[in-house]
Ligand binder design. Sequence first.
Ligand SMILES: *Cc1c(COP(=O)(O)O)cnc(C)c1O
Length: 487
Amino acid sequence: MVFVETRGNDGRRPREVTFSQAILNPAASFGGLYAPKSLPTLPLEELLGENYEGLTLKLMELFQIDIERELLREAVALYRRFDDPDNPAPLVQVEEDLSICELYHGPTRAFKDMALQPFGFILSTLARQRGENYLILAATSGDTGPATLEAFKEREGIGVVCLYPAGGTSDVQRLQMVTEEGRNLKVLGIRGDFDDAQSALKSLLSSESFRQTLDRLGIELSAANSVNFGRIIFQTVYHIFSYLELVRRGEIEMGEEIDLIVPSGNFGNALGGYYAKKMGLPVHKIVIASNANNILTELIREGRYDLRGRKLIKTPSPAMDILKSSNVERVLFDKFGPERTRELMEQLDREGFYQLREEEREAIQEDFDGDFVEDREILEIIGEYGSRYLMDPHTATTIKLYRSRRGKRKCVAYSTAEWTKFAPTVLQALTGREGVADREALEEVSRLTGAPIPRVIEELFEKPIVHGKVVDGEEIEGEILHFLGEK
Ligand SMILES: *Cc1c(COP(=O)(O)O)cnc(C)c1O
């Protein structure tokens, strides 16, 4: 598989790169991303007998990526550490025509593990084989941080610095980061909100002195967010696996179309579904669930991406509190080509909006549908299902969208986090009690519903804090240089 750039080529970078190049150096010309030049066709009948690991390996083979088979095998074997060693992404039937694919059975109890576990292993092995050193800088509002730290801890060739807004995450999310040991890991709390953490990171990346120091130390920058295609490739697998699972259970006939309902933020999960559909998976629509930050609903319905006058709204589903959804760009590229994508993305940067043409909007609607869910509805849905199917607030957003489609075709919705990551919200939904701290809320919900609290969550409250520092934006550069061994 060959990768090309979503905004075209600037003449300084190669026009086409391999998978390993695209994941080690994910920054493409003109601020664009790497995307596959073409996609293989899925031999669905042949894949029907594969378990999750086998399916993942078969797909990597179809993609013809330049990673040794043995390395892929080891990477994919990390799924054996998930709750069920044979299946990291179980499908649970919740309604007659709705099954939920649970993507949270990994070490940090959120869907980021599905990709970051194998991807972290591959990236660090490549770095080691090449004798190269990479630094991953991550600003996180919650789930990406823990999963990135967990994926890279004690892995050679990769250092991770994770910035989180002090006071802007849940207790569980914060503890998952600040208790994570590893000589190659550094976690810093930033005074301010997620935007402050992100702008601190941006200004660091544009700092000439910082660049020069990295050069001198022989360290290159990489990325582990979903702009990195190495994440996306592992996020196509479970869409295909869920489909085949429905066929195996006799819920659908091979070839019958289903809908995929995806709680979306940066659009990486949905993009995996889109590529699966392009490869021939019988999907009618990829249905994009949003919260009150409903910019994706507007894009799909009106063909307009409009940041003007919008402010980020804090909701009970914080991993979906996003206005600039980075992977939409890969869909634009796939449908409209590099010139048009560059034009649209530059207009978005410059003027804060773009408007698609009528036929472009229709092209988006061929594959996507979308709607959004208010905070109140999220709580109502969690409350309605109660212990019959305990779900987190992100998962709850998919239920409203399912209800408006019920009876047409079978649906698969994705559960992107375990309830334990958002216990105070879940407790509020179940009992009306507000503002209970994480630890007490965990115990209370577990007592009310009988749902177990996994050890990795319970332990967090006992583990020593190894990254206690909270700093201002301008102190970050010094902190990182110190971590890298400079002065
Ligand atoms: C990251 C995340 C999402 C959003 O996924 P995208 O791929 O960014 O669209 C949804 N829910 C949870 C719990 C997440 O951690």
